[in-house]
Design a protein around this ligand. Structure first.
Ligand code: SF4
Length: 567
């Protein structure tokens, strides 16, 4: 049993406060570091953290219980093995790998081995959908894991070889580059071009380009920047949403490692445009292995005066960026939940209005943009609005990065113009045989063959970039169950339609699986789905039944006509 030393814990907290500050927003990073040290969050550690930050211990307990990466009771193993349970990894053989892991370690998922070496857990999307099944061991990723590879991986952990022998970053398959991915800009070039312009000139250029947020919602970037720029406040913030958690999406992981400088250029340009002096990258906990790389690039930029004070000689233009880690909560991809998390609270979405451009981080005007949006903005500042919007459609300008996984011959990252039809996309990825495609991840919609002439664009089917291809053999009911399990797990629980409604939809799908759901009950569930879409507070709840509805609509006869296994 671990003996805890109150004096030592207090010293550690006081050291961490020097790095993260002493206000509430330091809570998550301090807890993350202390968990790393102690293997879990003992009560004494949480109590002392609460005292040190001047908050009630119950508040700390409440925050720790919200995020799936925090462990409050059982000490986790020296190696925490997190196997991805998202649909793409399911399709590539996750179940067999799971059984092999359990056999090899002699424990079930959710347990820790008696020797304290291994903890086995499921996790949602690891951003390796094109190379599944994916396994995260502490901060190290393993792609294309097979049952045969499991014994060797475990043996390497036991010998502590894992630290030296495996690369942390698994290379991505970029199958098609376009104007964005094949840019030839040097670090700072986007920022230098922007600084030759006025602040309003930069926003004007972004408006002219037609750039819309690449996270999926498609809000015009220039409008967001304009509103935050016009807001009166002594402090403003720029936040890069790198909480890429939508099942089936992995292009931000690639961008964060390979186009880091341009993403930071984009953030710094945004800061210049709105008058911010502080930025955050909110990086999902599953991408911890990218943190060191990002910090190294930030340090280089400070040395080159691309960050810091009077940036590139521009008197009074001061800006710096800090990396903050998520802790395993999909809902934090929603911008107000992300801000709550940054402030040290449970990642529960806020009521809107007020919007973050007025009342964001610590009640100051804040813009939150996706990784890809910042990259695009930096390139537009050098290459111009026309260069950008000569691709795409009138309402969806530019090219878009897609993460393609599932039943196709060429999964990977594709840069394609908005307005491409699903049929054209399937030809590119060699998935013409598909019976359905999930566009936009779990919160997107499932499109069947008859609609493959539809286009991917904000005015037709919008997408943050996740494309999952389902071949003729895929059981669509199992797909729907996988997505609903995801939402039941990830709902923050704040509002009833999302918290309770999704559980009911999942129960209905299980009844269908057992052949015990009548057509009339299914109709009732469809009405419930509509209520969830209309009455939920945030985008997560509003979009959570999308997959359910579109799968039932498109595959009703397949689903109702199936013979239950035990019948
Ligand atoms: Fe939370 Fe769901 Fe309500 Fe959003 S819709 S606030 S995720 S319970």
């Amino acid at each position: 049993m671990q003996v805890l030393d109150r004096v030592k814990i207090n010293q550690e907290i006081s050291d961490l406060k020097k790095t993260y500050g002493d206000d509430r927003s330091a809570l998550l990073p301090i807890l993350q570091e202390l968990q790393e040290k102690y293997g879990y969050l003992p009560n004494l550690v949480m109590q002392e953290t609460a005292h040190a930050l001047g908050i009630h211990p119950v508040e700390v307990e409440s925050v720790a219980s919200f995020y799936s990466f925090f462990r409050r009771k059982e000490k986790q193993g020296k190696y925490v093995l997190r196997l991805c349970q998202t649909i793409s990894c399911d399709l590539s053989g996750k179940a067999k790998v799971a059984r092999q892991l359990e056999n090899e370690l002699g424990i079930k998922f959710g347990e820790t081995t008696k020797d304290g070496m291994f903890t086995l857990e499921y996790t949602n999307c690891l951003g390796m959908c094109d190379q599944g099944p994916a396994l995260l061991i502490n901060d190290r990723l393993f792609a294309r894991v097979t049952p045969e590879k499991v014994p060797q991986i475990i043996a390497d952990c036991r010998r502590d070889f894992i630290k030296s022998e495996f690369p942390k970053v698994v290379p991505s398959d970029v199958r098609k580059s376009g104007p964005i991915l094949s840019h030839d800009l040097k670090p700072g070039e986007g920022l230098k071009a922007a600084l030759k312009n006025t602040r309003s000139g930069v926003i004007g250029l972004i408006r002219e380009s037609g750039l819309k947020g690449r996270g999926g919602a498609g809000f015009p970037t220039a409008v967001k920047w304009q509103l935050a720029g016009a807001a009166q406040s002594a402090k403003k913030f720029v936040v890069c949403n790198a909480d890429e958690g939508e099942p089936g999406t992995f292009k931000d992981r690639y961008l964060l490692f390979n186009h880091t400088e341009m993403i930071f250029d984009g953030m710094t340009i945004a800061a210049y445009a709105i008058g911010a002096d502080k930025g955050f990258v909110y990086l999902r906990g599953e991408y911890l292995y990218l943190k060191k790389h990002l910090q190294e690039i930030l340090e280089k930029r400070r040395q080159n005066n691309l960050l810091g004070e009077n940036i590139l000689g521009k008197e009074g233009f001061n800006f710096d960026i800090e990396i903050r880690m998520g802790s395993g909560a999909y809902v934090c991809g929603e911008e107000t939940a992300l801000i709550e998390s940054l402030e040290g609270y449970r990642g529960e979405p806020r009521n809107r209005p007020p919007f973050p451009v007025d009342t964001g981080f610590q009640n100051h005007p804040t813009i939150v943009n996706n990784v890809e949006t910042f990259l695009d903005a930096a390139l537009i500042c050098v290459k111009g609005a026309k260069w950008f919007n000569e691709h795409g459609t009138e309402k969806s300008s530019g090219t878009k990065l897609f993460s393609v996984s599932g039943d196709c011959e060429k999964p990977g990252i594709y840069e394609l113009p908005f307005g491409i039809t699903i049929e054209q996309l399937l030809k590119e990825v060699k998935g013409e045989n598909a019976k359905a495609v999930q566009i936009g991840g779990a919160s997107g919609r499932c499109v069947a063959r008859k609609d493959f002439n539809r286009t991917i664009a904000f005015e037709d089917i919008s997408s943050g970039g996740s494309i999952i291809v389902f071949g003729p053999q895929v059981d669509m009911l199992e797909v729907a169950i996988n997505f609903m399990e995801f939402f039941v797990e990830e709902s923050c629980g704040q509002c009833t339609p999302c918290r309770e409604g999704n559980v009911k939809l999942l129960e209905g799908l299980k009844l269908l699986e057992e052949g015990r759901c009548s057509a009339s009950y299914l109709n009732e569930l469809m009405r419930l789905a509509e209520t969830i879409q209309l009455a939920s507070k945030c985008g997560l709840g509003q979009s959570s039944p999308n997959a359910f509805v579109s799968i039932i609509e498109n595959f009703k006869s397949e689903i109702l006509g199936r013979v239950p296994e035990k019948a």
